[in-house]
Design a protein around this ligand. Structure first.
Ligand code: 13P
Ligand code: SF4
Length: 301
C-alpha cells in the first residue's frame, strides 16, 4: 500500500482531520482534508467534530488548535516543527516589556507560543492584523509582537504608532529590497506578491504590487490573468498556486526561500503519528484559558 493510501486509511480509522499549512510539502497538502493559512486552519480546528486533529504545520499552530478545541486529541507529527519567529520572544520577555508600558494593549501575531499568547490581549494573523489593530481604541498604546516587518506594514496601513518587538522570521527576513529591485529588472511585466513578514516589504513597498497572507496569495492565483507572477514567500505555496492556475507562470523570488520547520513533516511522519498517537500536544489549562481570550478575538475579526 502506498504511503498516501496508508495515511488515508489511518485517517478514516481514527476519524482524524488532517490540516496542512500552505508551506507544507506538496504530497502532504494533497492528502490533507484542509489546506490553508493560519487563520483558516485555526477556524477549521475550532469547528471540527472529529476526535483527532493531526496538524501538518508547526507547533504554535497545533497549540492554537488545542486551545480552541481542548477536548480533541491534537497531534503534531514531528516535534522539530517549531518556528524561528515564535522563538524570538518568551513570556518572560513580554512581561518585562509590558511592565515598561503599563496599560498598553498587546497584539501578538499567531506565530507565538501559548505562553506568550496568554500574556496578550489580541492575537492576529497576517490576513487580519490590520483589521485587529484598527479595532483597538485610538487612545490606546499598542505593543505589537514579534515580527518587526509585519508590524511596520501594519503601522503604515493603519497609521497607528505602535511599539514593535524586533523579531523576525529567519526565512522571510532574508528577502531584501535589493532582491525585489533585481526581480523587477529581470522580469519586466511580472506582478509581485509578497508576504508581510518579508524583510523587503516595508522598505520596498513601492516595488510590491500586493502584500498578502498565504491564503490571499492562493486566492489571487486563482483569479489572476497575468502571464507571470513573482512570489515572495516560502516556496511550498507554489504547489497550490500552480495547480489552481496552470496558465500563469509563478516564479519564486528566490528558490532558496524554504522554511526548514515547515519541511520537517513528511507522509511517513503523518502515518506514524496517526498509527502511534504521537506527538500529543497539550497546553496547561491556566495558560490555555488566558490565551483563548486573545485567540477568540483573532477568530472573530
Ligand atoms: P500565514 O498566516 O499567512 O499562513 O503565515 C504563517 C507563517 O508562518 C508565515 O511564515
Ligand atoms: Fe516560522 Fe518563518 Fe517558518 Fe513561518 S516561515 S513557520 S514564520 S520560521
Amino acid at each position: 500500500m502506498s504511503l498516501e493510501a496508508e495515511v488515508r486509511r489511518l485517517k478514516d480509522e481514527r476519524s482524524a482531520v488532517l490540516l496542512a499549512h500552505n508551506y507544507q510539502r506538496g504530497e502532504v497538502q494533497d492528502v490533507a482534508d484542509y489546506v490553508g493559512d493560519s487563520l483558516y486552519l485555526s477556524r477549521k480546528a475550532a469547528e471540527t467534530d472529529r476526535p483527532v486533529i493531526c496538524f501538518a504545520g508547526v507547533r504554535f499552530m497545533a497549540e492554537t488548535a488545542k486551545i480552541l478545541n481542548p477536548t480533541r486529541t491534537v497531534l503534531l507529527p514531528d516535534l522539530k516543527a517549531g518556528c524561528g519567529l515564535a522563538d524570538s520572544i518568551t513570556a518572560e520577555q513580554l512581561r518585562a516589556w509590558k511592565s515598561e508600558h503599563p496599560g498598553a494593549v498587546v497584539v501578538a501575531y499567531i506565530n507565538t507560543s501559548a505562553e506568550v499568547k496568554a500574556e496578550s490581549d489580541y492575537c492576529c494573523t497576517s490576513s487580519n492584523a490590520t483589521k485587529v489593530v484598527s479595532s483597538i481604541a485610538e487612545d490606546k498604546e499598542i505593543l505589537f509582537l514579534p515580527d518587526v516587518f509585519l508590524g511596520e506594514y501594519v503601522r503604515k496601513k493603519t497609521g497607528r504608532s505602535m511599539h514593535l518587538w524586533v523579531g523576525d522570521c529567519p526565512v522571510h527576513a532574508k528577502m531584501r529590497p535589493e532582491d525585489l529591485q533585481r526581480a523587477r529588472r529581470e522580469h519586466p511585466g511580472a506582478e509581485i506578491v509578497a508576504h508581510p513578514e518579508c524583510g523587503c516589504t516595508s522598505a520596498a513597498l513601492p516595488h510590491v504590487d500586493r502584500i498578502l497572507s498565504t491564503d490571499g496569495m492562493v486566492r489571487f492565483a486563482e483569479e489572476t490573468r497575468q502571464k507571470e507572477v513573482l512570489v515572495a514567500t516560502e516556496v511550498g505555496i507554489l504547489h497550490r498556486m500552480r495547480r489552481l492556475n496552470p496558465t500563469t507562470t509563478f516564479t519564486p523570488l528566490s528558490e532558496g526561500t524554504i522554511c526548514p520547520y515547515m519541511k520537517e513533516i513528511d507522509l511517513a511522519d503523518i502515518r506514524d503519528s496517526l498509527a502511534q498517537n504521537r506527538y500529543v500536544i497539550e497546553v496547561p489549562e491556566a495558560t490555555a484559558r488566558r490565551a483563548r481570550v486573545a485567540i477568540d478575538r483573532m477568530i472573530a475579526a
